[in-house]
Design a protein around this ligand. Structure first.
Ligand SMILES: Cc1cc2nc3c(=O)[nH]c(=O)nc-3n(C[C@H](O)[C@H](O)[C@H](O)COP(=O)(O)OP(=O)(O)OC[C@H]3O[C@@H](n4cnc5c(N)ncnc54)[C@H](O)[C@@H]3O)c2cc1C
Length: 567
């Protein structure tokens, strides 16, 4: 293969102890590197040479043992022998959107998620922006699915009772000369169907009280915001309502593939026999592709840290603020540069950063990372204070060396479909990716696109007491006094809302699963006051001893609290 020779020459020239060979039409890199930067460099060199299906980077990092996957603690045979038409692996926003889309058709669907709840990985650890897509290079899958997905969000919001807003994104120039590039940006917008208009330095003041950069910029009015975890939950709840079986605490551990077809899928809860398999496993999607016999890409994790600011910082910015970045072709050039995001819950988010790292599941945040994010993004709105930060988090992007999504029906394994390597803008793109993936899977199983006549697209959300008029609230409390008992004082969340969250179509039995559904514990005190009461409500409502109630699944049992009335 010509590409193998070219890559080997380039690797040698760079002095890397890495060799390229052909693998499944892709290029496979093997060898030993002294640093993670060398592993990345080898992958990027290979990705720049055309002709291969992608880069399988198997370079070992000297002295580092292979990374382990966080696995569920349970093991049983409760799923042994089940045979859904389609098995979706991964309960993030992409897996959830695909699962719901599949239920529009006359197929049986199961989804397996290794964590204690859906939407806990990348899909809970991001900005929640419905991107306009103006920063994406033309002709890639990312831009195609971003633009289509963005347009689908208004209908989704109505059907699933999940709020979205479209405040627009104001991209600010960091130097005066950058405004000369605007005609090119406008052209890109026209080509991809993305509205965009210029904003003068004075016009910027309409959106942000004290702008940090004085060069003007441009506005993308189609940019929006959504709660990414609430949307994931809503998609999956609606899928379950339409018959999909959702299994959490269930990890795929292997597959049997015969004559280019997946015959069975092994999990910690028994072996499953699906007719078709969808890979939506986020940062582990290359591992799933390997099991299915069609790995032609590699995930190199890219961390992003975000600071969450108090809701009182909200009025200082009326839209999403970003900085103009000219994307490079490697490394951190593959980021939108972050910004100041007004979240759907009116907190401000600062971030994210972008840092390549070897770990896929490291969710810890360091002081240095937080300082870097605050320092960088607060330049956009200098009024922001460090004391406005109420919490922070880190997420890991599922980046491939090609820096594009892998959304395809496998060319190697006949009943395998991939929605893999979905980094940003995956939240935006998920509904559009789901349409294509579901269609391919149904065609594989049924040979045609037969509809499910009883598909119901509507999901009703949990009543939000703090947003109700006095009259509506009084009526609700008269019907059910639990809605009048406020548990989370920061966010004004009632006992009734918490109980409602425990009885939705998915398994909800932990403090964080409740928090993602109704925001109990998301305010300034971060659950300091309400957590014991939330634990008690979960315990009483589900009949679990309080000492067995967890924060986020088995192994995270919350310390027992004194019984009501005993203190
Ligand atoms: C810091 C940051 C900011 C971002 N901001 C935005 C934004 O503003 N807008 C936007 O559009 N996108 C954004 N993104 C990207 C977006 O979050 C992702 O593209 C999207 O969430 C990907 O969804 P997913 O379902 O593919 O992956 P995930 O949410 O990671 O879900 C994959 C799931 O698969 C499960 N899984 C893995 N292996 C197995 C196994 N063996 N068995 C069973 N289950 C398994 C995992 O536990 C996980 O829950 C951001 C990402 C980051 C990290």
């Amino acid at each position: 293969m010509a590409f193998v020779e070219k890559i080997n020459k380039k690797l040698k020239k760079k002095g890397l102890n890495v060799t390229a060979s052909e693998y499944n039409g892709a290029v496979r890199l093997t060898g030993e590197a002294d640093s993670w930067e060398e592993v990345l460099e080898a992958g990027r060199i290979a990705a720049h040479v055309r002709g291969s299906r992608g880069v399988v980077n198997d370079c070992r990092l000297k002295g580092r043992s292979p990374e382990t996957v966080r696995m569920p603690k349970n093991e049983d045979k409760s799923l042994e022998g089940i045979a859904p038409d389609v098995l979706v692996i991964g309960g993030g926003i992409v897996g959830a959107a695909i699962t719901r889309e599949l239920t529009r058709y006359a197929v049986t669907v199961a989804v397996v998620e290794k964590e204690y709840d859906v939407g806990t990985a990348q899909s809970a650890r991001n900005d929640g922006m419905i991107h306009a897509g103006i920063d994406l290079k033309p002709d890639c899958k990312k831009v195609k699915y971003n633009v289509r997905g963005n347009k689908m969000y208004d209908a989704l919001s109505k059907e699933l009772d999940v709020p979205i807003e479209r405040p627009g994104q104001l991209v600010l120039y960091t130097a005066g000369w950058q405004k000369l590039i605007f005609p090119l940006i406008k052209l890109r917008g026209l080509r991809n169907g993305i509205p965009v208009y210029p904003v003068s330095p004075r016009g910027v003041k309409e959106y942000v009280r004290e702008p940090g950069l004085g060069f003007g910029g441009f506005m993308c009015p189609s940019a929006g915001i959504v709660s990414p975890y609430l949307m994931t939950i809503a998609l999956m709840e609606n899928a379950a309502h339409n018959g999909a079986k959702v299994y959490v605490d269930t990890a795929v551990t292997g597959m049997e593939v015969k004559e280019h077809k997946i015959v069975s899928v092994a999990t910690n809860r028994g072996t499953i026999y699906p007719k078709a398999v969808v890979n939506a496993a986020g940062v582990f999607s290359d591992r799933i592709a390997e099991m299915a016999g069609d790995r032609h890409f590699t995930i190199h994790p890219r961390r992003g840290v975000e600071a969450v600011l108090d809701q009182k910082a909200y009025p200082k910015a009326k839209c999403v603020l970003g900085k103009f970045v000219i994307s490079g072709s490697s490394g951190s050039g593959h980021t939108k540069g972050g910004g100041v995001i007004v979240s759907i819950d009116h907190n401000l988010l600062l971030g994210p950063s972008a840092k390549e790292c070897a770990e896929r599941e490291n969710e810890a945040t360091t002081r240095e990372e937080l300082d870097e994010v605050f320092e960088k993004q607060s330049r956009l709105a200098p009024e922001l204070k460090r004391s406005d930060i109420i919490t922070y988090f880190a997420g890991t992007r599922a980046a491939t060396y090609e820096e594009d999504f892998v959304v395809e029906k496998s060319a190697v394994t006949t009943n395998f479909i991939q929605a893999a390597g979905i980094q940003s803008p995956g939240v935006t793109a998920a509904p559009a990716i789901a349409e294509d993936v579901a269609r391919w899977a149904v065609q594989e199983v049924l040979g045609e696109l037969r509809k499910n006549p009883s598909f119901d697209p509507v999901r009703k959300g949990i009543p939000v007491v703090r947003e109700m008029s006095g009259e509506t609230r009084a009526r609700l409390i008269a019907e059910n006094p639990d809605f009048g008992e406020i548990v989370c004082r920061c966010e004004q969340i009632s006992k009734g809302e918490i109980i409602a969250a425990l009885h939705t179509p998915l398994k909800v039995d932990s403090v964080d699963a409740v928090k993602r559904r109704v925001r109990a514990g998301m305010g300034r005190c971060q659950g300091g006051f309400c957590q014991p009461t939330v634990v008690r409500i979960i315990s009483e409502e589900l009949g679990i001893p309080p000492e067995q109630v967890t924060k986020k699944g088995a192994g995270s049992e919350v310390a027992p609290y004194p019984k009501r009335g005993s203190v």
